[in-house]
Write a protein that binds this ligand. Sequence first.
Ligand code: GLV
Length: 420
Amino acid sequence: MDTKGPNKNTRSTPQWAEYQRENFWKSNEGQVPIFDTDPGSLEVLAKKKLTQNGWYYASSNAGQSYTHTANRQAFYRHRIIPRMLVDTNTRDTAAEIFGHKVSAPIGFAPIGINRIYNPLGELPVAKVAKELNLPYCFSTAGSQPIEDVAKANGDGPRFFQLYMPHDDELTISLLKRAVDGGFTACILTVDTWQLGWRHNDVNTSNYAFYHGIGADLGLSDPIFQKRLVEAGIDPKTMPNEAGAKWIDNVWHGRAHSWEKIPWLINTWKELSGGKPFCLKGIQSVDDARKAVEIGCDGIVVSNHAGRQVDGAIASLDALENIVDAVRDKIYVMFDSGVRGASDVLKALALGAKFVFVGRLWIWGLSIMGEHGVRHVMKSLLADFDILLNVAGFQNISQIDRSALESYEKSYPLLQQESCL
Ligand code: GLV
């Protein structure tokens, strides 16, 4: 492509599409693109790099992977209708989320325990998110202290994903740390009181926290430190017990119910000076309506990438139902099963305002750390920018249901694409 197109000087986001040219040109300089970003290839490369435990944890799904499969199948039933001779020379991928102007309607989904994919854990991921000006969600199951992740993310837009303990003092401490660390939204995950049944992980005792790995977020918390002292656990000499105590506060297996949410909203609003509060893991229309009634600012329509309830509705199908019910009353975000720019466009067309990706950057992190995350996400941005160009959209506000032809729901059990 011609890198001198005038739009480059007027658009508010980088000309992501040039990353394609950069890679096409590389062999002239005796270089090769760093790795293949086809999702299937990413998976193969990541599997080669990771330990068995890392691979199982990243790729596992609940039960028989039926929800995961449905997530992917749902994308196939919607097809994009490209428009020609649109002046996409004036295109821009910009989006806005909770007052932040960002590069695209694409964010980093909260994924915990990144240390099992890379020794630096969440730090390189937060760094790349800032560099690309994409929102970064940090998980309570993350394996670095909140403060260190905030530092790595600099002045990038970041949100704190909460797994809520049954210890209010501890919850408040985590939220305070998030506020002090510049996290500008709280996203409570409501689909994971404990992990779903994932055969390979269970069979290999694959729960890093029980083996002394990944509890740094908890170990650096003053209230949790107090809890360790009360329980007579010295994390230096008893790392397995300390890690277990932490994660048993996070994935405690004891449900919270709707009655608790107003307390959390008020607490977060007070601590943060009124910053947005969202629920993540919503799949039912009734729950979306309740989230509106109870005063949430946003919801993430997500089935945790198929890792929690096996045999559940595809998240993209849930999105359609939910958007029809609450579209103008709450900020609707989406995740689960996104593997490329066309998936992002389809979710936007069905009414999501923002789309989060998870496994793609986890594979990148696993393959080549910071470089890997950057390569995967820059490629996704380029793919999205090029898609707008070739399908005839100037900006994301032009993407609506008229962009799609959608077929009947019909999901025969296809041969599974492993964990794609
Ligand atoms: C945690 O969020 C997981 O899916 O393992």
